[in-house]
Design a protein around this ligand. Structure first.
Ligand SMILES: [Zn+2]
Length: 301
């Protein structure tokens, strides 16, 4: 995004966020939620500013930030110990997450990190590697596909493009290395985000099973603070993916369905909602998102 467009998007989002938060969201987060709710939010690679502001706001407003172990307990008992509860997770193990360590330490914030093991090896996620090298891939391989088709093509074709893209240029490391993850694991809980971060609904059953089992066994062999918890890559799942994960080692799976968890009704442990907090937008937009009100107006923005 060029700088002027980004700045305009930032200001507009924050102005709309301000209105949504003050007229609706604030009431939801500070008055309506109770021990039947968990505000489940997730980040990718937030700036220090975005992340610290959210943590400060949560602490100031007496939110109890819970670990995955406390989350599982509250989820199974359908009740939290506190009136205001938040659960924080991060997807993909971005290298920049390491810079947030002092914030986690300063405010005693437990987080869960969902890790795609192959991306740690490659230094980036397959779809980003393909996007960055898309122009260099031969037309005979692309078969008329465009970048925006990458999330809907069969996984076998996606793998082909990824393997070609890997040969086109050296990958700039965006995702942390295995060694960095092992160090970080002392402070955070780890869950699986598959091996290769595929769009699971585009995969065969065998690939789905492999992605789930193999990532768990790799993370286990690295002796991390590992939990039997999964986050669907790209938030993408269907009834078939759920029927497979139910027979796997995982007891919980997080989606990207943007709503506050209601423990009485959101009782399927394989479709747990999570609200995305983008990397670089303004605080009021983030608060509006966190309250769930943003996504009622803007579905995919
Ligand atoms: Zn991801």
């Amino acid at each position: 995004m060029n700088f002027v467009i980004y700045k305009l998007r930032f200001l507009l989002g924050n102005a709309i966020g301000f209105l949504l938060f003050f007229f609706v969201g604030k009431n939801i987060l500070l008055k309506k939620i109770n021990s039947n709710n968990i505000v489940s939010i997730y980040f990718h690679n937030p700036s220090l500013k975005v992340f610290e502001k959210i943590i400060k706001w949560l602490k100031k407003n007496e939110f109890n930030i819970i670990s995955i172990t406390e989350f599982q307990k509250s989820f199974s008992q359908k009740r939290c110990v506190s009136k205001r509860t938040v659960f924080i997770s991060f997807d993909d193990a971005w290298l920049g997450n390491i810079n947030l360590l002092h914030i986690l330490d300063k405010y005693s914030v437990p987080i869960m990190l969902f890790v795609p093991t192959q991306a740690l090896k490659d230094g980036d996620i397959w779809i980003n590697i393909v996007r960055k090298n898309f122009k260099k891939i031969e037309k005979t391989e692309k078969l008329g596909l465009r970048i925006k088709d990458l999330k809907t093509i069969p996984n076998s074709k996606a793998v082909e493009l990824y393997e070609i893209a890997l040969t086109k240029s050296k990958v700039k490391r965006m995702i942390m290395s295995k060694e960095k993850l092992i160090k970080l694991s002392k402070w955070v809980s780890i869950g699986s985000h598959s091996v290769t971060h595929p769009i699971l609904v585009n995969c065969t059953d065998d690939v789905i099973k492999y992605e789930m089992q193999k990532s768990y066994s790799i993370l286990k062999s690295w002796q991390l603070n590992l939990h039997e918890v999964f986050a669907y890559p790209n938030g993408s799942y269907n009834t078939n993916v759920i029927s497979i994960i139910k027979n796997s080692c995982y007891k919980y799976a997080f989606t990207t369905k943007p709503k506050i968890i209601e423990l009485d009704t959101d009782n399927n442990s394989y479709t747990i909602p999570r609200i995305c907090i983008p990397d670089h937008f303004g605080m009021y937009e983030n608060l509006a998102r966190m309250s769930g009100i943003w996504s009622r107006f803007f579905k995919n923005i």
